[in-house]
Design a protein around this ligand. Structure first.
Ligand code: UDP
Ligand code: MG
Length: 314
């Protein structure tokens, strides 16, 4: 059996034809300088420009180039997922295609995985060359994410990241979860997560493929990741606890009102605000509880209900 390839560089791209030749040449130069065995996997995420043609030419000149083309645009997460499945290198590095990430960072990222034994190293665009209206929300976004996930990273969404191969095979990126791969990795049990300040350039060609919705969607996704990671295999513990709590509060209010009504006969019940709070809390409690049951049933029928990542067996 041939020794395992050192590196897979996974590059998701949509309409980046101008950047691709420069990027490929740069990666090739770095890999040759350091004597890596490597592959570059381009995933064309439904480009409508000349990207696929360009990739064809690059492939003809350099057999280490591999490429997959989607029939339509599915998004960066989908592209990464397919790239991860195809990757064979001991270390997998993802990189944006727009030349904002520098291939010169590859050797140090590679070293951190192989020698420092990190499972995942995330780039950190410490000195960022993006407009202010992108940098500010991004700062807030990362602060909340770091707090919520307990992972001390400055830059979750950095496209430049390095992984040990088993990590990309274990973590399933879907929807727009590419922003949260470190969180997914942590939930999967890969806890050695590191960070490296990386060089960042302004976009040279074309324009960004994401708008401001990324921040709203990003937060919603973070909550989903958090919830699924914590309660995905036991949803009743979440819904049941809240449901019972709400039910008991409602029941308590109503019991108190009834008791008052019985002892001091002159009070009505239905004209008191507490009465409506009580009923509302009862109904919400019951609903939450039933949601828990439904989630348990959904979970029982999900193919992944008994999937665990086994690290070793002796
Ligand atoms: N990208 C992709 N599919 C999409 C949107 C973007 O593959 O639907 C690629 C894009 O071509 C680039 C990377 O994802 O290589 C990052 O996108 P972009 O540079 O637009 O994001 P930003 O730098 O603004 O965060
Ligand atoms: Mg970019």
């Amino acid at each position: 059996m041939p020794a395992q390839m050192n590196l897979s560089i996974v590059v998701p791209l949509k309409n980046e034809a101008e950047s691709l030749p420069e990027l490929e040449a740069w990666i090739r130069r770095v890999a040759q300088q350091h004597g890596y065995t490597y592959e570059i996997i381009f995933i064309d995420d439904g480009s409508t420009d000349a990207s696929w043609n360009t990739i064809g030419q690059l492939k003809a000149a350099n057999p280490k180039v591999r490429a997959i083309k989607f029939r339509r645009n599915y998004g960066k997460s989908a592209a990464l997922h397919v790239g991860f499945q195809a990757a064979r290198g001991q270390v997998v590095i993802t990189m944006d295609a727009d030349l904002q990430d520098s291939p010169d960072e590859i050797p140090e990222l590679y070293r951190m995985i192989v020698e420092d034994r990190f499972d995942l190293v995330s780039g950190w665009k410490k000195k960022r060359h993006d407009p202010l209206e992108k940098r500010l929300p991004s700062k807030l976004f990362n602060a909340v994410a770091s707090r919520m996930s307990g992972i001390r990273l400055h830059d979750f969404n950095c496209g430049l990241k390095a992984y040990r191969l088993p990590v990309v095979k274990a973590v399933e990126v879907y929807g727009e979860m590419h922003r949260w791969i470190p969180v997914l990795a942590k939930w999967a049990g890969f806890t050695r997560i590191g960070e490296k300040a990386v060089d960042h350039q302004a976009r040279k060609y074309g324009r960004s493929k994401f708008g401001w919705e990324r921040y709203i969607n990003g937060f919603l996704d973070l909550m989903s990741v958090y919830f699924v990671g914590k309660f995905g295999k036991r949803p009743m513990h979440f819904f049941g606890t809240l449901g019972v709590l709400s039910f008991l509060i409602g029941f308590g209010f109503l019991a108190y009102l009834s008791w008052e009504k019985l002892v001091y006969k002159e009070y009505g019940i239905a004209d008191r605000p507490l009465f409506y709070f009580g009923i509302l809390a009862l109904i919400i409690g019951t609903q939450l509880f039933l949601t828990g049951f439904i989630a348990e049933i959904a979970n029982r029928n999900s193919p992944g209900r008994n999937e665990y990542l086994i690290e070793q067996e002796i």
